[in-house]
Design a protein around this ligand. Structure first.
Ligand SMILES: Nc1nc2c(ncn2[C@@H]2O[C@H](COP(=O)(O)OP(=O)(O)O)[C@@H](O)[C@H]2O)c(=O)[nH]1
Ligand SMILES: [Mg+2]
Length: 211
């Protein structure tokens, strides 16, 4: 598909939710993984990006999704909605199991992950789990961007200071302020996704050149 005029999402369909290993992980279509703590707005961000309110289940009672949910986008790549990490109300054993599952998917499953989208709550700022995730992705050499969702909750006058504070904690990594509610930041995130797809096809082309 050609995205010369900026990427548009024309189709988004739920494919399946998985709880362990699954044949879909061997599908060569690129995967864009959304991670973040429960209630940060992963489902809402996916729905905003695909402009489809009810696609990913968004809920006000956090900590419920225990599955990795796959959505096929433009029949070409997957958006992957991961369970939330670090939700205080879940029993400790369950929390650790979920974190292990998330880490297995990201670092060991060999799924063709093109880009990880780490969601943080821009109003609350990065949590310890968020900075651990950023560190793990950096060390694992996995491409990622950080999305500061719920930016609408910060007073306009307080935004520059909050942005500065977030950047101080997360360091020099790509960061995009976002609001799923007010639909802000969508073109910026789609551009990163488009770039990730192009990088991948560029690599395939270069490999072909050696033949
Ligand atoms: N103010 C505000 N609330 C949001 C935003 N995105 C999500 N929410 C709310 O945060 C809650 C959790 O959202 P959800 O998408 O289910 O989070 P998930 O658990 O990470 O998938 C819901 O009540 C949403 O309405 C946003 O950009 N701004
Ligand atoms: Mg969710």
């Amino acid at each position: 598909m050609c995205y010369d005029e900026g990427m548009k999402i024309d189709s988004a369909t739920f494919v399946k939710g998985i709880r362990g290993t699954d044949p879909i992980l061997g599908d060569p279509k690129l995967e864009f993984a959304f991670v973040g703590r429960s209630n940060v707005g992963k489902s809402s961000v996916i729905n905003a990006l695909v402009n489809h309110k009810g696609l990913a289940k968004s809920s006000s009672s956090p900590g419920k999704t225990k599955e990795i949910n796959f959505f096929l986008i433009n029949k070409e790549f997957y958006f992957v909605d991961l369970p939330g990490y670090g939700y205080a109300r879940a029993p400790d054993g369950d929390k650790e199991k979920l974190v292990k599952y998330i880490m297995w998917y990201l670092f060991e499953s060999d799924a063709p992950i093109s880009l990880v989208l780490v969601l943080i709550d821009a109003y609350i700022g990065p949590t310890e789990r968020d900075t651990e995730m950023i560190k793990a992705l950096t060390e694992g050499n996995i491409p990622f961007i950080v999305i500061g969702n719920k930016f609408d909750r910060i007073n306009k006058t307080a935004r520059p200071k909050q942005l500065k504070e977030i950047m101080e904690v997360i360091g020099k990594v790509p960061f995009i302020p976002f609001s799923a509610e007010k639909k802000e930041g969508i073109p910026e995130v789609l551009k990163k996704i488009e770039e990730a797809i192009q990088t991948r096809s560029g690599n395939v082309f270069q490999e072909g050149m050696h033949l």
